[in-house]
Design a protein around this ligand. Structure first.
Ligand code: COA
Ligand code: AMP
Length: 634
């Protein structure tokens, strides 16, 4: 039997023994009473009774062990032309001081702090400072606009918001502060204070009495120590897209999270303390939480905070430059980044300019990895390229190829096999396991392993309803796929209204809500259509209210702007067309799936329940005007 298999089987047979041993690698202020508290299913708790501090384990523990002089974080920012390094000792000082500033402004254990920042070291400092005092951070991705930020502020009810004057996208400075002000304006809940990092590219106007300059807040603050918190307390809330416009507040606990992430660094990514590890993502996404901030720091690695893109900052050699210059051993990013690099540099000419002999492995996740991209990356880099599958809800890989244990054979198109604690089953409509090769709903048998969401913020009922009620005893991942004869999993599509645009998880339901609120729109549908670069792109079809006789092009332009203003540029919503009617079933359900197949040039059958088959011809004509299906597709 393979070493991996023995480890995985043991984790399912003896979860308490397995995770209890893994937990020994951390510093506990009080040992747990039970590794797994299963007394209140379907709510499971890991390390009940234990006390620890995640910031202590990620920062102070390493300083105490003599790692103070090692780089903890390198901010590599081609968009500002700067590189800045913080050692573990410097990070400890900054975090302790900033934690002091939070306390001075009234933040206490259990209070929420929203962090709305670009890719700067201060974002990590703010997250760790919250962890230090037991406050719960909720980071909001900088590419979201006011309305999305407002939804998260309203739900999390933070006492403080930490933000920055601006973000920097290639070719433009994005003012964050007006977006923050507008969000707070929209909310009933008002945070008491905002701490604003003033960046030299654009300074923000501060609201007197409410806003503080980061520097000022730091200047007056005293360093504070780590507060031990319960392993079952929340470390953070991270909102993610669901079926409706109301995002789900994924809760991450303290103990299980730290244990699983530390285990994953050594065993999945195969990195040792002291090595440089780079997740090219954003702190606003789960990849950023787990593998820019917590994972590498818990493991005593040097983490890279990269403020740039894979292409255009300044060229498609940007990633190779960082790997060479900063000594990166393992890189983690989304397949879309590699598709972007390949498009601009198919022969890998830029790669030849750099010495990557120290580079060991590339990990890809966040969206389906097409075999072409994986094989291209493998051929270019000459190192293992590992597709792995996970979600905001789990915080770490459900399926992966555990390089730190052994390299399993790679099958392009599959994220390989389940990681410890994950009992993955593919189920049919009736909840029976399907045979190999057959498509079904991918589920995980309860209990979920450490780090997976214990619940949704203030919404136990929604947690049960969204994930646990469809198949009692199982967690519904929302992904559909199949296992092959060797048990390798293949993730094929979502079963809900979530789409994946350039590795960013977005809700078509949220976009439909925005379109529907335009005064000219009677009804609408948003579908995800296949895109060569971004994986998927949202495409809107709208029906106008009777009597609206304005030019369609004007309305379409307004709709594009409205989604950009209310959800944010990251939605990449640029395709929209006015149609006379939408195809529906006789019971009134819009046939989004059929429209998607037409747009993607895939075979489709006329749904038996369709109200009026002629509508699909009209839809096909409207899609053709937008250029769908793409030539060569299908
Ligand atoms: N703040 C403000 N705006 C942002 C932003 C941020 N943090 N991040 C993205 N945006 C904007 C971009 O400027 C762009 O605006 P535009 O419509 O004016 O051009 C829009 O949101 C879409 O951004 P993005 O998805 O990054 O697309 P892109 O066309 O600029 O770049 C890629 C394409 C493939 C290079 C890019 O998507 C990429 O690097 N992806 C990596 C994937 C990744 O990090 N995934 C995270 C999960 S692992
Ligand atoms: P997020 O919560 O933003 O990480 O998005 C999670 C979703 O992205 C998953 O439920 C999948 O739909 C998709 N996803 C992530 N990683 C992969 C992968 N390796 N292969 C296929 N889909 C993936």
């Amino acid at each position: 039997m393979s070493v991996y298999r023995a480890i995985w089987e043991r984790s399912l047979r003896d979860p308490e023994g397995f995770w209890g041993e893994a937990a020994e690698a951390l510093h506990w202020d009080r040992r747990w009473d039970r590794v797994l508290d299963a007394s209140r299913p379907p709510f499971y708790r890991w390390f009940a009774g234990g006390l620890l501090n995640t910031c202590y384990n990620a920062v102070d523990r390493h300083v105490a062990a003599g790692r103070g002089g090692q780089a903890a974080l390198i901010h590599d920012s081609p968009v500002t032309g700067t590189v800045r390094t913080l050692t573990y000792a410097e990070l400890q000082q900054d975090v302790a001081r900033f934690a002091g500033a939070l306390v001075r402004l009234g933040a206490r254990k259990g209070d929420r702090v929203v962090v709305y920042m670009p890719m700067v070291p201060e974002a990590i400092v703010a997250m760790l400072a919250c962890a230090r005092i037991g406050a719960i951070h909720s980071v909001v991705f900088g590419g979201f606009a006011s309305h999305e930020l407002a939804k998260r502020i309203e739900d999390a009810k933070p006492v403080l918001v930490v933000s920055a004057s601006c973000g920097i996208e290639p070719g433009r400075v994005v003012p964050y502060k007006p977006l923050l002000d507008a969000a707070i304006e929209q909310c009933n809940h008002k945070p008491r204070h905002c701490i604003v990092l003033q960046r030299p590219q654009l300074r923000a106007e501060l609201v007197r009495g409410r806003d503080l300059d980061w520097e000022e807040a730091m200047a007056d603050a005293h360093a504070v120590d780590c507060v031990p918190v319960a392993a079952t307390d929340p470390l953070y809330i991270l909102y993610t897209s669901g079926t409706t416009g109301q995002p789900k507040g994924i809760v991450r606990d303290q103990g299980g999270h730290a244990v699983a992430l530390l285990w994953s660094m050594r065993n999945i990514y195969g990195v040792q303390p002291g090595e440089v590890y780079w997740a090219a993502s954003d702190v606003g996404w789960v990849v950023g939480h787990s593998y820019i901030c917590y994972g590498p720091l818990l493991n005593g690695n040097t983490t890279i905070v990269y403020e740039g893109k894979p292409v255009g900052t300044p060229d498609p050699g940007a990633f190779w430059r960082v790997i060479a210059q900063q000594g990166v051993k393992v890189l983690f990013t989304a397949p879309t980044a590699f598709r972007a690099i390949r498009k601009e540099d198919p022969e890998g000419a830029h790669l030849k300019r750099y010495d990557l002999s120290h580079f060991r492995a590339l990990f890809l996740a966040g969206e389906r990895c097409d075999p072409d991209t994986l094989l291209w990356a493998e051929a270019q880099l000459g190192v293992p390229v590992i597709d792995h599958w996970w979600q905001t809800e789990t915080g770490w890989a459900i399926c992966a190829n555990p390089l730190g244990i052994e390299k399993l054979p790679v099958k392009p198109g599959s994220p390989t096999l389940p990681m410890p604690g994950y009992d993955v089953r593919v189920l049919d409509e009736d909840g029976h396991e399907v045979p190999p090769g057959k498509l079904g709903a991918i589920c995980i048998k309860l209990p979920l392993p450490p780090s997976c969401l214990p619940t949704l913020w203030n919404a136990d009922q929604r947690f049960v309803q969204s994930y646990l009620s469809r198949y009692p005893g199982y967690y519904l991942t929302g992904d559909a796929g199949f296992k092959d004869e060797d048990g390798y999993l293949f993730i094929m599509s979502r079963i809900d209204d979530v789409i994946n645009v350039a590795g960013h998880r977005l809700s078509t339901g949220a976009m439909e809500e925005v379109l529907a609120s335009h005064p000219a729109v009677a009804e609408c549908a948003v579908i995800g259509v296949a895109d060569e670069l971004k994986g998927e792109l949202p495409l809107g079809l709208v029906v106008l209210k009777a009597g609206v006789d304005r030019p369609h092009a004007d309305i379409e332009r307004e709709l594009v702007q409205k989604v950009r203003d209310e959800i944010g540029p990251v939605a990449a919503f640029k395709l929209v067309t006015v149609v006379k009617r939408l195809p529906k079933t006789r019971s009134g359900k819009i046939l989004r799936g059929t429209m998607k197949k037409i747009a993607d040039g895939q075979p489709w059958t006329m749904p038996a329940t369709i109200d009026d088959p002629a509508i699909l011809d009209e839809i096909a004509q409207a899609l053709a005007k937008l250029g769908y299906p793409r030539t060569g597709a299908g």
